[in-house]
Design a protein around this ligand. Sequence first.
Ligand SMILES: Nc1ncnc2c1ncn2[C@@H]1O[C@H](COP(=O)(O)OP(=O)(O)OP(=O)(O)O)[C@@H](O)[C@H]1O
Ligand SMILES: [Mg+2]
Length: 380
Amino acid sequence: MDLNNNAAASPNARSRAPCEFQSVTVESLSWGAAHISGILVYSAQFKEVLASISRFAPHKNSVLIQGESGTGKELVARALHSLGPVPKGPFVTFNCSNLMDSLAESQLFGHVKGAFTDAREESLGYFRSADGGTLFLDEIGELPLRLQPKLLRAVEGHEIQPVGSARTYKVEMKLVCATNRDLLSMVKDGSFRADLYYRLNAAAIVIPPLRDRPRAIPAFVGHFIEQYNRLFGKHIRCVSQTALDVMCAYPWPGNIRELGHAVESAMLMADGDELGLWHLPVLGENGSDERERSLPIIPTVTIEAAAPIAEEATEFSLEIAIDAASKRMLLRALKAAGGDCQHTARLLGISRYTVYRMVARHHLGSLRDYHSWPQNRPAH
Ligand SMILES: Nc1ncnc2c1ncn2[C@@H]1O[C@H](COP(=O)(O)OP(=O)(O)OP(=O)(O)O)[C@@H](O)[C@H]1O
Ligand SMILES: [Mg+2]
């Protein structure tokens, strides 16, 4: 990867001293992005999501939000509420996976006093608690089949009947349901009622996974860096181009939530004003494998001289001894491999990421996107 050529091509590149490498300013990462009700809008697909929010928010119709975990379904539900006709009304959220088998109907629709053995008091249930506002039913695919006709009645007639009550109550609120399951295939296998599905699906918002809009990744990185700068009192001003390349190449199965957590943990590791690759946590369920695949080709690292190894401590500390031994072994391997990170990783039987992280942890100087060791290695 020729970073110098990239530097010339990219308008986002920060100019640096010759021994430094290309990075991108945080400010420029979010160029072209907009914030609407706390939602970062960047890609064309997400503009469609935003258009649907504006279309559905003003009316009291129910809305179904579909999307993988971490794509922002709750954020969209909150936007539907805050941009809707009753933004000052309650926003009540309930996750259908928390329905308790025997109490599920009462949890949603309430009960009258004495409706069952433990019903010592009347309970409003989530529907009546959300009256005059918005009820957000998350993970609607977990709603038991036996309660689905009752939900349909609430959606169509705005009427609910508490357990043990002879009368029905009118409820005026916006119902927003969300799921990360494929409801249509649940309809096909008989675990979700077709009539309820088609009713809910009449106003549907589908949020695309992050891997389908990789061009939005830099904007999200910038968004989260700014957020955590404020939260942690940090001053990260730029991100190395390689760290950005890796984040853009990674498929983010946990979507925006996973990206946010990765930036958060990188920010906790970073001391200066730049986020580098070595600050990023290991991504993916299968540890470094996913990251190893998404890494760019790495040129050889030039080692100027072996960094001195700290004097062995005189006191008995296993931790210090292990640390010194691992540092010595890392330096030996780096020298034997001629600075080639991949070769070093092979010699040590660890991943390249672990090599970068060890270099950073032992303050051996930053690998600066693998090109060379800085001339002025920090004292330690
Ligand atoms: N467009 C966006 N702009 C800014 N932040 C976002 C956006 N989308 C998601 N996020 C952030 O990502 C995280 C996950 O979002 P959210 O909880 O809404 O996802 P979800 O789809 O409801 O996930 P799950 O299915 O796991 O409940 C939150 O911290 C949220 O603030
Ligand atoms: Mg959610």
